[in-house]
Design a protein around this ligand. Structure first.
Ligand code: RFL
Ligand code: PHB
Length: 390
């Protein structure tokens, strides 16, 4: 088989890139290790920046998102028994975010791909990129016991943090920057009305908590906990008790609880690979970088990478210029590092760290007080939260 762009991974970055390329008449094939249902079974991000919403529209997959997604003009920061609204809309001169689950976004993109006849090969085993340093790269994979080969012009590594693309690069050609956190987020999903119509990020002596949602009838809640915790030791009752304790009294009193249907522990990690291009192989989204979820930036960074790479590929095919391709890595990394900075700062401001000590604790309190009392500080938070320009 031959295609123009071979895409490894059918997560949000692979699907979004594939759809934009298909719409522009650029041939592409998506290779995915697991099944469609498995991809749709993952519960991940929930907050979309306007740039991500715009890309969904450009892909022609934004209809349901606009009908069912929840535009949010602000969120609450809770600490020291009270809560304070960050008015995103006013502080950013009219920008907002959209609450729409990654699962739904993925489902919409898969539907659009099917409708437009895009080729996706699910349950493709042993996917391997080859010869991307030369002019004729190709990808091999196994399906139903037979090995296949796809010749292509470019390979887009959209295969997430544990994917094969980054691992296929020669060790001395790549530099990796990493920070691991000693805690994770225990998250639950439950069909109960959210405690508030906006998100609440809470800093509490018992640890961070987040009240989020997927719809007016589906809530997503998280609590910070040590990585040594086992999900099976967390009954729903234990989770609700812990969450209630970390919220201001007036919020805790309103909390509606019920049976959860998903519960998982996600580790927090910051990671960046440099560069993001190796000859004819590009790293896109989580394959090239990871942020802790506190700033809600993971999926949105995957989308901005796709924006840059799609523009570069379009320029290559339609205008016969390689300038965009040459600029991809530096352009994407400049935005990635700003989101890494913001996510690191949000994480350190809102979580409890065993090693922070009494001095660190006071500094964190001062940071939060400054944040809600200074227009300059709130504006900086807001402009990063809604997403820096592409
Ligand atoms: P994805 O979504 O990981 O998709 C990669 C796809 O590649 C496939 N794959 C392979 N395919 C073929 N061959 C191989 N060898 C392959 N190896 C992997 C995988 O099966 C998968 O389908 O990466 P993408 O598209 O770059 O999208 C990035 C986002 O998914 C990610 O940034 C966010 O979900 C991060 N993230 C969160 N971000 C937020 O903004 N808010 C959150 O609440 C949030 N929660 C999370 C998260 C990421 C998590 N991970 C990675 C474990 C919770 C979790 C648990
Ligand atoms: C979510 O709804 O899953 C969510 C929202 C905001 C975040 C992280 C996760 O910062």
């Amino acid at each position: 088989m031959r295609t123009q762009v071979a895409i490894i991974g059918s997560g949000p970055s692979g699907l979004l890139l594939g759809q934009l390329l298909t719409n522009a008449g650029i041939d592409n094939v998506i290779l995915e290790r697991v099944s469609k249902d498995y991809v749709l079974g993952r519960v991940r991000a929930g907050v979309l920046e306007e740039g991500t919403v715009g890309l969904m529209d450009e892909a022609g997959a934004g209809k349901r998102m606009h009908a069912e997604g929840l535009p949010h003009d602000g969120f609450d920061l809770a600490f020291d028994g009270g809560h304070h609204r960050i008015n995103l809309f006013e502080l950013t001169g009219g920008k907002r975010v959209m609450v729409y689950g990654q699962t739904e976004l993925t489902r919409d993109l898969m539907g659009k791909r099917e409708q437009t006849g895009g080729v996706s090969i699910y349950e493709a085993a042993n996917v391997r990129p080859h010869d991307f340093d030369g002019a004729q790269p190709y990808v091999t994979y196994e399906k139903d016991g037979t090995e296949h080969r796809i010749d292509c012009d470019f390979i887009a590594g959209c295969d997430g943090f544990h994917g094969v693309s980054r691992k296929s690069v020669q060790r001395d050609a790549i530099t990796e920057f990493q920070r691991e956190y000693p805690f994770g987020w225990l998250g639950v999903l439950a069909d109960i009305p959210p405690v508030s119509h906006e998100l609440i990020y809470a800093n509490h002596p018992r640890g961070f908590a987040l009240c989020s949602m997927r719809s007016p009838t589906r809530s997503r809640y998280y609590v910070q906990c040590p990585l040594t915790e086992k999900v099976e030791n967390w009954s729903d009752d234990r989770f609700w008790d812990e969450l209630r304790q970390r919220l201001p009294d007036d919020v805790a009193e309103r909390l509606v609880t019920g049976p959860s249907f998903e519960k998982s522990l996600a580790p927090l990690r910051s990671f960046v690979a440099e560069p993001l291009r190796f000859g004819r192989l590009f790293l896109v989204g989580d394959a090239g970088h990871i942020v802790p979820p506190t700033g809600a930036k993971g999926l949105n960074l995957a989308a901005s990478d796709v924006r840059y790479l799609f523009d570069a590929l379009r320029e290559y095919y339609l205008e016969k210029s390689g300038a965009g391709i040459d600029a991809y890595s530096a352009k994407a990394l400049a935005r990635v590092w700003k989101a890494e900075r913001f996510s690191t700062w949000m994480t350190s401001t809102l979580h409890r760290f065993d090693e922070q000590g009494a001095f660190g604790q006071r500094i964190q309190e001062a940071e939060l007080n400054y944040l809600v009392s200074s227009q300059a500080a709130s504006t900086s938070l807001a402009e990063n939260y809604v997403g820096l320009p592409y």
